[in-house]
Design a protein. Structure first.
Length: 384
């Protein structure tokens, strides 16, 4: 049986999948569900990431998630230790009296087990959302995602792309500088190595920014077509209305206490305004597209897995809300919401049901005829 043809999955499909997992994580504080999301994201990243340096950023996002949890715990002890007054006191931090105009703010005091668990759940939820974004950064090439955006969102997409690629580019720069120092035989202490690495990393980031600007300028970025002022105003009004409709509709779907008309109807109206605004705004931007990315069955499956994950979590929020948000007072062991866990577990399917990523290295153990000359060349070079 022949192996499937290696190709890159559409970046928008990866982002839909990751945002679905992130939305599911934002709806729960159950550590078992959050751990399931992290496992699913980690398995898919390990199976379908490329060998590009920026694809290794998921580990940095995991470390950032641990830092977020630690900061949340420190804030609890320093500022919010008495937020949950009932419970078992774990320790007492010296309390600092506050002036009258800062009434309601406490520094120190008794820290209960329940408040620590609450901070752990809350910090783990935020860390899981960050890791889902990191999974999208590791799987989808941001530059290819920018190329697929509609013309009306091109400028906004550039800003978002630059913001999202900060962490992967820094990781790549740090790895390149460390590799160069090792080749030069540098064996400094950790503090001296940090001081010697900071400036080269910043210089490398600045140089890459200049290269990006020059590449955009050489490709005619910013060309606009002649569009009447009325169409420009109509585009702006439609996009603002779409943004408001999408925000209100998403809030209505995520919050079970809101009226029904704030959910799906507002979301559909926002999508309609967005489609109309993008169709009109595309006339203003003049650009060509070379080798457009393929959207096939693998992309539909990947995007559907993210939609299924968040949909199952929304259904579980209505069917078994106590399982998605375990009780803190009294403190109970979190139950497993079956509907949400099954929907999230299905999001692991892209690890096997999508084409393997394109590798920039040559497999010398391959059995194809093209590998034989490569092995002969490597053997001759090793013998000489």
């Amino acid at each position: 049986m022949s192996r499937p043809l290696a190709r890159a999955v559409h970046p928008i499909a990866w982002w839909v999948w990751a945002l679905g997992l992130a939305a599911a994580a934002s709806l729960t504080t159950n550590p078992l569900v959050l751990a399931t999301i992290l496992v699913v994201a980690g398995v898919v990243v390990m199976a379908r990431r490329t060998d590009a340096p920026w694809a290794r950023a998921f580990r940095a996002y995991l470390a950032l998630g641990l830092v977020v949890i630690a900061i949340r715990m420190v804030f609890l002890i320093v500022l919010g230790g008495t937020a949950i007054t009932r419970g078992h006191v774990l320790l007492r931090v010296p309390e600092v009296p506050m002036p009258g105009f800062m009434r309601g703010v406490t520094l120190g005091g008794a820290v209960s087990v329940e408040s620590v668990v609450y901070a752990l759940y809350d910090g783990m939820r935020l860390a899981t959302v960050l890791c889902c974004v990191g999974a999208a950064n590791a799987l989808a090439n941001p530059k290819r995602a920018l190329r697929t955006l509609p013309g009306a969102l091109y400028e906004l997409g550039v800003a978002i792309t630059v913001a999202l690629t900060v962490a992967p580019q820094l990781v790549e720069s740090v790895q390149r500088v460390r590799r160069a120092r090792k080749l030069r035989g540098a064996h400094d202490t950790r503090r001296r190595a940090l001081r010697a690495t900071t400036m080269p990393v910043l210089e490398d980031a600045l140089a890459r920014s200049f290269q990006l600007a020059a590449a955009m300028d050489s490709r005619g970025y910013g060309r606009t077509g002649a569009v009447p002022r009325s169409l420009r105003r109509a585009t702006g009004v439609l996009l603002i209305a779409a943004l408001c409709g999408l925000c209100v509709g998403a809030y209505g779907l995520l919050d079970v206490t809101t009226p029904g008309w704030l959910g799906l109807p507002m979301l559909v109206a926002g999508l309609a305004c967005a489609a109309a605004g993008l169709a009109i705004g595309n006339r203003r931007v003049v650009r060509t597209r070379y080798r457009p990315d393929v959207w096939a069955g693998a992309e539909w499956l990947t995007a559907a897995c993210g939609v299924v994950a968040v949909t199952a979590t929304i259904v579980a929020a209505h069917v078994e809300p106590a399982a998605l948000n375990p009780s803190i007072v009294p403190l109970v062991w979190p139950a497993i919401p079956t509907i949400a866990v099954v929907g999230i577990a299905l999001a692991v399917l892209p690890a096997w049901c999508t084409p393997p990523p394109v590798s920039s290295t040559i497999d010398l153990g391959a059995t194809e005829p093209v590998a034989a000359p490569v092995r002969a060349l490597v053997a001759s070079e090793a013998a000489s």
